[in-house]
Design a protein around this ligand. Structure first.
Ligand code: PEP
Ligand code: MG
Length: 757
C-alpha cells in the first residue's frame, strides 16, 4: 500500500473506529459508515449490500433513494453488486452501464450516476456483502481509493459479523447457504470410504479485530511473528531431511524465500500504518496478493501463490497465538482432515477413532504418510488441487476413495447413494473376513505366502484379523519416527519382543532402520546435513554402517528380543554385496558379545536384503550365495528405475508399475533367485493391488508382503487364479509387450474370471 493510500485509509479508519466503539445499533453504525466513506472518497453515493437469506440486500446508502433500503435485492451473480459478490472480485468502472452484467434498479434512482467501484466484503474467504461507491462524473477510481475501500471492507466484515447481520456467521462456523454441493476428484491413495466434517490440519484464523488501538504495538507483534516464523521454517528444513515433516523440500525452500522477503514484510507494515491490527494487515496483504495473482494465468506462479498463502496463514496463526494443529486441539467426532500435505508423524498424532479420512492437495502413492495411513486403515484422497479453496471448516463431506471422489456439502440423493455403496463394501469386507482361515492357494494348487507389512505396535493385531502367514516387512524406523527422542535399546527390544510374542510361530522379518534423507534425526546430536537428493543420499544402511552405534544397539535389541526363537533380519538399501557383508559382520559381533555373557541367543538367524537399488540386480550372482532371502522393495526400486521421485506429487501418476520395463526387470531377478534357490518376495505397495499382485505371481513370485487391508482382496484374487495359464501368457507379453500392459492384464483377468478389485 502506498503512502497515499495508507493515509487515505488511516483517515477513514480513525473515524470508523469511533463509530464501531459507539453503543449504537448496527443499522445506525452502517448509516454512519456510508456517510464517512462517501465523504472521504468524495463520492455522491456509497452503499452497503449484505448477504441475507442468500440474496444481497441494500442495507445502507448515502446518495441512493432511502426507500430502496431493505427493498432492493440482488441475487448472487445479478447486476454489478451480485457479480462482485459471486466472483469475490473488485470492479472499477467509469461507465457502469457499459458492463454486460449491469442491472437497472429503478427504485434506487441510480441512473444519475456513471462511475462505479465496488469491493467484496469478505469473511472466511467468501463474500458476505459488497461495499460500493458511485459518482456522477464518469471517472475511474484511483488505485489508492480502491485500496482504501478494500481496507474498509475488512473492517466492515468485522462490524457486521459482530452484529450478526449476515447469513450464518456465528462464531462456530460459516453458513453454507450460499454454497452448494460439489464433487471433487483426486488420486486414490488409500482406498476406503469415510463420512465426516472437514477439519483443517492447520486451522485457519478468523480475524476478529481489524482496527488497531496502538499501531506501534501491532508493528512489534508482526516483527516478532516474523522472527518466530523464520525459526520454524529453518527447523522444518532440518526435519525434512529426516522425512517427518509433511512438506516437500522444494516447498520449504520457497517458504524460506518468502519468509525472508523484505517486500512482504514492508507491505504488512504499510497496512498497519493505515490503522489495521497485525492480523488484519496480514490478511489484507494476502487478499491483495490473491487478487493480483488471479489476473495472472501462470501455473507456476499459482504454485508459488499456494506457498505464500500457507505462509501467510502460518504468520497469522503465530500472531493470533493459535499455533497448534487440529490434532493438538482435539478432533471432533467423525472428522475428515484437510491438508496440503502431511508427514507420517503428523498423521500419527491424530486420534484414529475420530479420523474418518484425509484429503490432501498433494500426496503420492508411496509417500510414507500414505503407507502409515494405509496401515491405520484411514482412507486418503490425494492431489485434490483446490480442496482448500472449496471446502470450509465444518463442511459435511462424503469421501469415497474407491471412486477417487469426495462429495462436499452433499445432497440427500448423494448421501443415499453413498450409504448404499458403503453397505455393499461392508458386505464385501465381511466376505473377505470370512476367507480369513482359507489358505491363499491358486486354482492350480500353488500355495502363495501372503504376509503383512507392519511397523507400529498396533499393526501386529492385523496378523490375527487377516489370517496372514506372518510379517514380511516390519519397518523398525516407524518407532523412531513417532518418538520425540531416540528410542533406547531397551525400548526397541521391548517392541520387538512384543511383536514376536503376538506372532508366535509365524515369521516376522525385521528390517533394520531405514531413516530417510540425511539421517540427522532431530534428536541426534550431529549437525544436520543438507542433501540435494535425500532419497539417494546418506540413508538406511549407508548411514547405519558409518554411524554404527545405532545399528549395534538395534542388533543387540533384535538378537536379545529373539532369544530362543528364529530371528529374520533384513537390510534396506543394499547397493553392493560388501554392504551386506559388513552389516552381517556387525550382527555377528553382537551375537558373539551376547554369547560371551552366556545369555540366550536366537536359535537361528536368517539374513536377507532388500532389493531397492537397481545396481544390486547386476551383482546378484555374488550376493545370493550369502543370503537367506531377498525381498524386493518396489517403492524405492521403481523410483530409481524410472528416475522419478516417489514423493513428488507431480510424478505420482506418470509411471505405471505394470510397465514392461519393471516387469522384465523383476522377471530377471526372479529367475536368478530361483536358480540360486533363494526365496524371493515383494514387499512394496505394488503387491497390495490385485492386478499388480496377479502380474507378480505371473512373473514367478510366490511371496508377497502387503498392507493388511489388501490381504482379503489379494487372497480372493489368488484363489480365483490359474497360475499355470497365466505364466505362459506373461512370458509372451514380456517378450513382445502389448501396447498397454495394464489393459491387457485386466482383460485377461476378466476373461478368466479372476477376482480383481
Ligand atoms: C520399498 O521401498 O518398496 C519398501 C518396501 O520400503 P519403504 O517403502 O519403507 O521405503
Ligand atoms: Mg524402501
Amino acid at each position: 500500500m502506498s503512502q497515499t493510500s495508507a493515509s487515505a485509509a488511516r483517515e477513514i479508519l480513525k473515524r470508523l473506529h469511533d463509530v464501531m466503539a459507539a453503543r449504537t445499533p448496527a443499522q445506525a453504525k452502517l448509516n454512519s459508515v456510508v456517510q464517512i466513506i462517501g465523504e472521504a472518497l468524495n463520492s455522491e453515493v456509497c452503499s452497503i449490500y449484505l448477504l441475507r437469506d442468500g440474496v444481497l440486500e441494500l442495507y445502507a446508502t448515502r446518495g441512493l433513494k432511502q426507500e430502496a433500503v431493505h427493498v432492493t435485492k440482488l441475487a448472487l451473480g445479478e447486476g454489478l453488486v451480485g457479480t462482485i459478490a459471486e466472483a469475490v472480485e473488485t470492479l472499477n468502472l467509469d461507465e457502469a452501464t457499459s458492463h454486460p452484467n449491469f442491472a437497472y434498479k429503478p427504485e434506487t434512482g441510480e441512473e444519475l450516476y456513471h462511475s462505479f467501484a465496488g469491493v467484496p466484503i469478505v469473511r472466511r474467504e467468501r463474500a458476505v456483502g459488497v461495499l460500493a461507491v458511485q459518482h456522477a462524473e464518469p471517472r475511474r477510481y484511483e488505485e489508492v481509493e480502491i485500496e482504501a475501500l478494500q481496507t474498509v471492507a475488512m473492517v466492515l466484515a468485522e462490524l457486521i459479523a459482530g452484529a450478526g447481520l449476515i447469513d450464518g456467521l456465528g462464531t462456530t462456523g460459516r453458513g453454507t447457504r450460499d454454497t452448494g454441493p460439489l464433487r471433487l476428484s483426486g488420486l486414490k491413495l488409500v482406498e476406503g470410504m469415510g463420512r465426516g466434517f472437514a477439519v483443517y490440519h492447520q486451522p485457519r484464523v478468523v480475524v476478529e479485530h481489524t482496527v488497531a488501538e496502538d499501531t506501534e504495538a501491532e508493528r512489534h507483534r508482526v516483527y516478532s511473528a516474523f522472527a518466530k516464523m523464520r525459526e520454524q521454517i529453518d527447523k522444518m528444513m532440518r526435519e525434512a531431511e529426516f522425512g517427518t515433516a509433511g512438506e516437500h523440500h522444494d516447498v520449504l525452500a520457497t517458504y524460506k524465500m518468502f519468509a525472508y522477503d523484505e517486500g512482504w514484510g514492508r507491505r504488512i507494515n504499510e497496512a498497519i500504518d493505515s490503522g489495521l491490527t497485525a492480523e488484519a494487515a496480514i490478511e489484507r496483504v494476502q487478499q491483495r496478493t490473491r487478487m493480483r495473482m488471479r489476473e495472472i494465468d501462470d501455473p507456476l506462479l499459482a504454485d508459488r501463490m499456494h506457498d505464500l498463502e500457507d505462509l501467510s496463514n502460518r504468520l497469522l496463526r503465530i500472531v493470533a497465538g493459535q499455533l497448534g494443529t487440529a490434532a493438538q486441539m482435539g478432533l471432533r467426532q467423525d472428522s475428515i482432515l484437510i491438508a496440503r500435505n502431511l508427514g507420517p508423524a503428523e498423521l500419527l498424532e491424530y486420534d484414529k477413532r475420530r479420523l474418518k479420512g484425509v484429503i490432501l492437495e498433494e500426496g503420492s502413492l508411496t509417500a510414507h504418510v500414505t503407507i502409515v495411513a494405509r496401515a491405520l486403515g484411514i482412507p486418503v484422497l490425494g492431489r485434490v488441487s483446490d480442496v482448500r479453496r472449496t471446502v470450509a471448516d465444518g463442511d459435511p463431506l462424503l469421501l469415497d476413495v474407491t471412486q477417487g471422489v469426495a462429495f462436499v456439502r452433499p445432497t440427500p440423493p448423494m448421501e443415499e447413494a453413498f450409504e448404499a455403496k458403503q453397505a455393499l463394501s461392508q458386505k464385501r469386507r465381511a466376505e473377505f473376513a470370512a476367507m480369513r482361515d482359507l489358505p491363499p492357494i491358486s486354482v492350480d494348487g500353488r500355495r502363495i505366502a501372503l504376509m503383512v507389512n507392519a511397523g507400529l505396535r498396533d499393526d501386529v493385531a492385523a496378523l490375527d484379523v487377516t489370517g496372514a502367514d506372518g510379517i514380511g516387512l516390519f519397518r523398525t524406523e516407524f518407532q523412531f519416527l513417532v518418538s520425540a527422542t531416540l528410542p533406547q535399546r531397551e525400548r526397541q527390544q521391548r517392541l520387538y519382543r512384543d511383536v514376536l510374542d503376538v506372532a508366535g510361530d509365524r515369521p516376522v522379518v525385521f528390517r533394520t532402520v531405514d531413516i530417510g534423507g540425511d539421517k540427522a534425526l532431530p534428536y541426534m546430536d550431529h549437525a544436520p546435513q543438507q542433501e540435494e537428493n535425500p532419497a539417494m543420499g546418506w540413508r538406511a544402511l549407508r548411514l547405519a554402517l558409518e554411524r554404527d552405534a545405532l545399528m549395534k544397539a538395534q542388533a543387540r535389541a533384535l538378537l536379545e528380543a529373539a532369544a530362543g526363537r528364529t530371528l529374520n533380519v533384513m537390510f534396506p538399501m543394499v547397493s553392493e554385496p560388501w554392504e551386506f557383508d559388513q552389516a552381517q559382520k556387525l550382527f555377528d559381533a553382537q551375537r558373539a558379545w551376547i554369547s560371551s555373557r552366556n545369555r540366550m541367543l536366537p536359535t537361528q538367524i536368517r539374513y536377507g536384503t532388500m532389493l531397492e537399488v537397481p545396481a544390486l540386480a547386476e551383482v546378484l550372482d555374488i550376493l545370493l550365495p550369502k543370503i537367506d532371502f531377498l525381498s524386493i522393495g518396489t517403492n524405492d526400486l521403481t523410483q530409481f528405475l524410472f528416475a522419478a521421485d516417489r514423493a513428488n506429487p507431480k510424478l505420482a501418476e506418470r509411471f505405471d508399475w505394470l510397465s514392461p520395463a519393471i516387469l522384465r526387470f523383476l522377471r530377471r531377478v526372479v529367475v536368478q533367485c530361483d536358480d540360486a534357490n533363494v526365496p524371493v518376495g515383494v514387499c512394496g505397495e505394488m503387491g497390495g493391488r490385485t492386478l499388480e499382485a496377479m502380474a507378480l505371481l505371473g512373473l514367478g513370485i510366490e511371496r508377497l508382503s502387503i498392507t493388511p487391508a489388501a490381504v482379503g482382496p489379494v487372497k480372493a484374487m489368488i484363489r480365483s487364479l490359474d497360475l499355470s495359464r497365466l505364466r505362459p501368457k506373461m512370458a509372451e507379453w514380456l517378450a513382445l509387450p502389448p501396447e498397454n500392459m495394464r489393459t491387457t492384464l485386466r482383460e485377461w483377468a476378466e476373461a478368466e474370471g479372476v477376482a480383481i478389485s
